[in-house]
Design a protein around this ligand. Structure first.
Ligand code: ATP
Ligand code: MG
Length: 595
């Protein structure tokens, strides 16, 4: 196993623990990673990893490497500076938007810093894997990824430079790709189990990577109060369905619910200063469900403008919206821009007789199913301080597209079993993502192989990512207490912490050194606290950096020819005869995983 330091005396190591984390740390894991001396910050979303942090990172890396190799993966190293040309082939130079770090070389040629590697790997295989005889193949790599995240936060959980394992597989047909996808899925489950993570795999949105289908592996926590999961997962307590809310389809009424007989006449009402659904709903005494919420999204080019309609009791799901518009570059227009485009202040827009201020924009109206089935609805009148009542779809307005573009709520039916009141929500941290890509990239990059009949065929592809650096923080979010981190033995920087109360005392030193040497001989990863520090400092540091087993050696214990074994996870202590220490350590380590 590739480990940088298997054993260390602290005076030779570097363990800059802190009493307090910097004020800007916004999560338990970032506080603890700073305090334990694992990371330091250089700039927003950009971190330096210190020796203790790197040890954990490398352990996680090695677990992933073993499981990838077990399913036939071959490790490669792909470049991080990528020429624009291959990104133009897939259209992602434009689609990727501002998250892509772009740069120019001295000859003004354009490049980006790799946020992911579908283009590079597809470029590799189209020249290398020319025959069906070369297939299937899976290549994977560990490498730094760069993404100019809109909101870098939560320490290394959402960084702008982070460490990822990305893997790409190539197959002769869909069936083979599908079978392999299942193998990767199983390997991922093993990886996260070995890392000691509590996780679920959910169906997910495919986002900018694209493709037909994907699973996200989410770290979850039983009691998720204070848990920093940025993702929300919806579960069905009836059938076990689990999905990312970004992806969860809503069960929508598709038949026309507007009864022509019941349609009332349009009515303009004076609603001074009332801009939100809540304000107007209170004022008119109408339920949120009666409202057509009207939002404005613009494309980066400021040419294409989308009026997006959803019922007042729902929220727009931007991921779904981006998918139906096939554009990663849309964003909600701010109030200034809305006025510029429509000459109407935010809060008074609606779908009836909507007009652009001038023709330099292209306007499209996109409605969620929920917005077109409201009889006698309320919405903005496209006039400052006025709303319209009794709006009816088709009679008063029409739309360019109707689609499922809203967020699922707890009142929705389960998308799978259709049962009522069965949906529950929970926060999650995404640590892995698997995609069935199909021929999306092979087609756009013209990557083909020759089949048995010497015919050119497009590769079927899958791609599979794991946030290696994110796992380290996600694990801590799940496993800590008031004293610090509690590592799982499989990813702990060291397994054993030898804590001599006073290393200047010859008797104590001799025993500490002897146990240290024996443990090293038995291949344990061990840290010896040989510092000239007060015992309190040593105990605090041992707990903070979360080493699973501690051996305490004191004058008093030695008088009884014993030492103390302490298990970090459940704080249990046992007194052990010095002669039995090594045997007891073997037993204890085997037991910890079961606690
Ligand atoms: P997210 O929805 O969190 O932005 P993503 O869908 O963009 O993730 P992928 O492109 O699938 O992520 O990347 C693979 C893995 O890399 C993710 O599952 C996640 O664990 C990790 N990852 C993605 N973005 C970051 C980031 N900014 N910082 C750290 N890890 C990240
Ligand atoms: Mg992302």
């Amino acid at each position: 196993m590739l480990i940088i330091q298997k054993f260390m005396k602290i005076t030779n190591f570097y363990l800059p623990t802190l009493k307090e984390a910097p004020a800007e740390c916004d999560t338990v894991s970032s506080k603890l990673m700073f305090r334990a001396g694992m990371i330091r910050k250089l700039a927003s979303g950009i971190y330096k990893w210190l020796p203790l942090g790197l040890l954990v990172l490398k352990k996680v890396e090695q677990i992933i490497r073993e499981e990838m190799s077990n399913i036939g993966g071959l490790e490669v190293w792909l470049p991080h500076i990528l020429p624009r040309e291959i990104w133009d082939e897939t259209g992602r130079w434009n689609l990727y938007g501002k998250e892509l770090f772009r740069l120019k070389d001295r000859k003004e040629a354009e490049f980006c810093l790799s946020p992911t590697a579908e283009e590079v790997i597809t470029d590799l295989v189209r020249y290398e894997l020319r025959s069906y005889k070369n297939l299937p193949k899976m290549f994977y790599q560990f490498g730094v990824k760069f993404r100019d995240e809109i909101r870098p936060r939560f320490g290394v959980i959402r960084a702008r430079e982070f460490y990822m394992k990305d893997a790409y597989s190539f197959h002769i047909d869909e069936k083979d790709a599908e079978e392999y996808y299942n193998k990767v899925y199983d390997a991922y489950c093993k990886i996260f189990q070995r890392c000691g993570l509590n996780f679920v795999a959910v169906e997910a949105a495919t986002g900018a990577i694209g493709g037909k289908f994907s699973h996200e592996f989410m770290v979850i926590k039983e009691n998720d109060e204070g848990f920093v999961g940025e993702e929300t997962i919806v579960f069905c307590s009836n059938c076990g369905y689990a999905a990312n809310v970004e992806k969860a389809e809503c069960v929508n009424e598709t038949k026309d619910l507007i009864d022509k007989e019941m349609q009332k006449n349009l009515e303009e009402v004076y609603t001074p200063q009332m801009k939100t659904v809540q304000e107007v709903s209170n004022f008119l005494n109408e339920r949120y469900e009666k409202f057509i919420k009207t939002l404005v999204y613009v494309e980066d080019n400021f040419k294409n403008v989308y009026l997006v309609l959803v019922a007042g009791n729902y929220e727009v799901n931007e991921i779904k919206l981006k998918d139906v518009l096939s554009s990663g570059n849309i964003q909600l227009a701010d109030s200034e821009l809305v006025e510029k485009i429509f000459s109407v202040p935010v809060g008074f827009l609606g779908p009836v007789r909507i007009k652009l201020k001038d023709n330099s924009y292209n306007l499209k109206i996109i409605a969620d199913y929920s917005a077109i089935n409201i009889p006698n609805a309320v919405s903005g009148a496209n006039k400052k301080d006025f709303h319209l009542k009794n709006i009816n779809f088709k009679r008063d307005f029409d739309v360019d597209m109707i689609s499922d573009i809203r967020k699922i709520t707890k009142n929705d039916l389960c998308p799978k079993c259709k049962s009522k009141n069965s949906l529950k929500f929970s926060k999650g941290i995404e640590v892995g993502h698997t995609f069935k890509l199909g021929t999306k990239y092979s087609k756009s990059m013209n990557a083909t192989f020759l089949d048995e009949n010497n015919k050119e065929k497009y590769f079927f592809m899958g791609c599979y990512g794991i946030g290696v650096s994110r796992i380290v923080a996600a694990f801590i979010e799940q496993s800590y207490d008031e004293d610090g981190i509690i590592w799982h033995p499989n990813i702990a920087p060291f397994l054993i912490y030898i804590l001599p109360i006073d290393y200047n005392d010859t008797d104590i030193k001799n025993v500490a050194d002897k146990i240290y040497k024996e443990l090293i001989d038995k291949n344990f990863e061990v840290l010896l606290d040989d510092r000239d520090e007060r015992p309190g400092v040593k105990f605090k540091d041992a707990d903070l950096i979360g080493i699973p087993v501690r051996i305490t050696i004191s004058k008093k214990l030695l008088q009884g020819n014993s030492v103390e074994l302490y298990i970090r996870k459940n704080k249990s202590k046992i007194i052990v005869n010095i002669e039995n220490v090594i045997d007891k350590i073997f037993e204890t380590v085997a037991m910890i995983e079961k606690i």
